[in-house]
Design a protein around this ligand. Structure first.
Ligand code: SAH
Length: 244
């Protein structure tokens, strides 16, 4: 039996949002690799080995998955949301770059519903016009670059979606983000905090930038900032498709 590697997205949390394609890959796998809470979402069964690891070891995890596929295993690397969005697909390709024959592996990337889209759907249609997605973690990039991208996105009038908004290791970063946004977008712009969307702990809050405080976000929160046209309609939030 020849080995393969599927890099799969488990969606934002609700089992109903796991695609059929991902379910089929998991059903045919011998090994599942990933960050501890994501591997915990895979139902154990006979013949399936679960390899859960800490979130700081993405490259080791990717190399391990490639080695197992080369040895004939059927491996699924799991991410939450979509595997291509601030997740394991890029880490696997980084590991693949160091191998002599990248095309010698049977690799498939199985998309999932990313947190940004699940959060937007819960809120209404805040990403109905042009938008950008920014990872606010400075683990893999300098903080100055994050500030620069925020300022330019605000100047360009994009709605914005932020992943990894706030962590214990960066308590002041998100306060600075709010400052830059108030300056660049104006205090009346709407900002939404969508926590643990599609799970039983889901919580949605929308306020103006003037009212937003850093404590409104944590690492299970997706932050969505509207553009200057984003507005409320009843309990919904939307960004019109037309500008100007
Ligand atoms: N690959 C994932 C993102 C990984 S980065 C995806 O496509 O969704 C992890 C960040 O995603 C978290 O810090 C949070 O900002 C966001 N996130 C993931 N799941 C979420 C959920 N159910 N609700 C809100 N935000 C979520």
């Amino acid at each position: 039996m020849t080995g393969w590697l599927a890099i799969a997205g488990l969606g934002p949390g609700d089992e109903a949002l796991v695609t059929e394609e991902v379910r089929a890959a998991l059903a045919g796998a011998t090994d599942v690799v990933g960050y501890i809470p994501y591997v915990a979402r895979v139902v154990p069964r006979e013949g399936l080995t679960l390899h859960a690891s800490d979130n700081r070891v993405e490259l080791d995890r990717a190399a391990h998955a490639l080695d197992m596929a080369a040895a004939g295993k059927r491996v699924v690397v799991v991410s939450s949301g979509d595997p291509g969005v601030f997740a394991m697909a890029a880490a696997v390709f980084e590991a693949l770059e160091t191998r002599p024959d990248p095309d010698g592996f049977d690799i498939r990337i199985l998309p999932g519903i990313t947190a940004m889209l699940a959060a937007a759907a819960r809120l209404g249609a805040p990403l109905g016009h042009d938008f950008c997605a920014i990872n606010l973690s400075d683990n893999l990039k300098p903080w100055d670059l994050i500030e620069k991208r925020l300022r330019l996105a605000a100047e360009a009038g994009f709605a914005m979606a932020f992943y990894n908004p706030r962590s214990k290791s960066r308590p002041h970063g998100f306060a600075r983000v709010l400052e830059i946004l108030r300056e660049g977008c104006g205090p009346k712009t709407l900002i939404s905090f969508a926590r643990a969307v599609t799970t039983p702990e889901e919580r949605l809050t929308t306020v103006t930038l003037a009212e937003a405080t850093p404590e409104m976000a944590d690492m299970r929160t997706m932050v969505i900032v509207g553009n200057s046209d984003t507005r409320r309609v009843g309990r919904w939030l939307y960004t019109p498709r037309r500008v100007g």
